[in-house]
Design a protein. Structure first.
Length: 388
C-alpha cells in the first residue's frame, strides 16, 4: 500500500471509529496495542481497552515521608441508585455524597437529587427549591468555606435531546431540601465537558476547556476563566487567554496541588483524540509539563489529592480496575498503585465519581457507566481503604 493510500485508510478508520463510538457505544473487549513512548496523544481512542497504552518504566516514586507508595485494599461494595451523567460532590462535614442531577438511563428526563450517607450507604431523597430540575452531565465542586456545591453547565432535556447550558448554580442543602440559586452564567456560553477546580489561595473557581456540545466536538473553548467565590455578586474574569491556556479540549480533569500551590490539568479529549499531557497553572499562564501520561484520568470529579502520597489518585476505567498516582513537577510522573480488589464480582465502571475520605484514609467511588454493558449505569457505591 503506498503512502497516500495508507493515509487515506487511517483517516477513514478514524472516522469509522468515531461514528461507531457515537452509534454503538464504547467497546470493552481487549485488544493489544503498542504506541511509541514519545507519543503525546493516541488517536485510536475506542480501540484502546484500557486508558494505559504506553510502556511504563520502573517508577521510584515514594510517599511524602519517604515510605513506599500506598496501595488499595479490598473494596467494600454496596448497591446504590444509578444515574446517567451524574454530578456529585462530597461534603466531609456531614459525610454525605450529594448527587445533583443525572438521568435514570440516559433518557429524556432528569432525576431528582439525593444524599448518600457514606458510613451507612443509606440514600436520602432531596427536594428541589428554586429550580424545577438539575442538569445532566454537569461538573461541580464542593465550596467547603460556604458549605455549598457550585454546579457548572450540563445539559437539559429539550424535545428528546439534551442541550448544553451556560447556567452556573449555587446549591445548598438544608435538611431534606436542596436550595438552588443562580450565579453568573459561564462567559463562553453554553458549554459541555468543561474542567473546573477551586483555587483556595484566590478563593476562586477556575474553569477551562469544554465544547459547544456538538458531536464530535467541533467548537472547543480554550481560554481560562475565574469566578470569585467570596464576592456578594460574583462575575467571571478571564484568567488566561487562549494563547496562555492549553489547546482547546474537553473532559479534562483539574485539581489543586497544595505542595506546589498550583492547579494541575490532565488528560481529556481533543475531538476524537485522547490527550496524554498535563499542565500546571503558574500565575495566569498554563505551563505544559514535560512527559507523557502513562494513564489518563477517567473519573469525572476532578483530580483527587492524596496528602500522604503527595500526588493525585485516579481511576482509568475500561474495566481495568487500576488505581494510579500522578505527580506533577518539572515532569509528569506516574505510578501504578494497584488494582481494585472487588469481592462482588463487579468489574468496574467508566467515569465514576471519586472522592478522598480523609477520616478513614480511603477513597469513595460512586456510579459511572457499567464497563461490561455499554449504555447501562453502574448502580454501585464503593469504599476503598488505602494500605500504607
Amino acid at each position: 500500500m503506498d503512502r497516500d493510500a495508507l493515509n487515506a485508510f487511517r483517516v477513514g478508520a478514524l472516522a469509522a471509529i468515531a461514528l461507531c463510538t457515537l452509534a454503538c457505544g464504547a467497546r470493552t473487549d481487549l485488544e493489544p496495542l503498542t504506541l511509541d513512548a514519545n507519543t503525546a496523544m493516541d488517536s485510536v481512542s475506542d480501540r484502546v481497552p484500557v486508558d494505559r497504552v504506553l510502556p511504563r518504566p520502573d517508577v521510584s516514586l515514594r510517599s511524602c515521608d519517604g515510605s513506599p507508595l500506598p496501595r488499595p485494599g479490598s473494596v467494600q461494595s454496596a448497591r446504590s441508585t444509578g444515574r446517567w451523567g451524574v454530578t456529585a460532590v462530597f461534603d466531609p462535614a456531614t459525610r454525605r455524597i450529594l448527587v445533583l442531577g443525572g438521568s435514570p438511563s440516559g433518557g429524556t428526563r432528569a432525576s431528582s437529587p439525593f444524599a448518600l450517607e457514606v458510613d451507612t450507604g443509606r440514600s436520602v431523597p432531596l427536594r428541589l427549591d428554586g429550580v424545577g430540575m438539575l442538569p445532566i452531565g454537569a461538573v461541580a465542586v464542593w465550596d467547603e468555606r460556604r458549605s455549598r456545591a457550585v454546579v457548572v453547565a450540563g445539559r437539559y432535556p429539550d424535545g428528546g435531546f439534551f442541550e448544553p447550558s451556560a447556567t452556573v448554580l449555587d446549591v445548598r442543602i438544608q435538611g431534606d431540601t436542596a436550595r438552588v440559586s443562580r450565579l453568573a452564567d459561564y462567559p463562553a456560553g453554553a458549554v459541555d465537558g468543561v474542567a473546573i477546580a477551586i483555587d483556595p489561595e484566590r478563593d476562586a473557581l477556575v474553569a477551562t476547556g469544554g465544547s459547544n456540545g456538538s458531536v464530535p466536538a467541533t467548537t472547543a473553548f480554550g481560554a481560562t476563566w475565574s469566578l470569585s467565590l467570596a464576592a456578594a455578586s460574583p462575575s467571571w474574569e478571564r484568567r488566561a487567554s487562549e494563547a496562555q491556556s492549553p489547546p482547546a479540549g474537553t473532559r479534562r480533569q483539574m485539581g489543586w496541588d497544595p505542595t506546589r500551590r498550583q492547579l494541575v490539568l490532565a488528560g481529556g479529549w481533543m475531538g476524537v483524540t485522547r490527550d496524554r499531557r498535563a499542565w500546571a497553572l503558574e500565575g495566569d499562564r498554563w505551563r505544559e509539563v514535560a512527559g507523557t501520561l502513562d494513564a489518563i484520568p477517567d473519573d469525572t470529579t476532578g483530580l483527587v489529592w492524596d496528602p500522604r502520597a503527595c500526588g493525585f489518585v485516579m481511576t482509568v476505567g475500561r474495566c481495568s480496575a487500576e488505581l494510579w498516582l500522578l505527580r506533577v513537577g518539572v515532569r509528569a510522573e506516574m505510578a501504578l498503585l494497584g488494582r481494585l480488589q472487588r469481592s462482588m464480582g463487579f468489574a468496574g465502571a467508566d467515569g465514576p465519581a471519586l472522592f478522598r475520605d480523609d477520616r478513614n484514609d480511603g477513597l469513595l467511588l460512586l456510579g459511572g457507566e457499567n464497563c461490561q454493558m455499554s449504555g447501562f449505569v453502574a448502580e454501585v457505591f464503593e469504599r476503598v481503604p488505602i494500605v500504607r
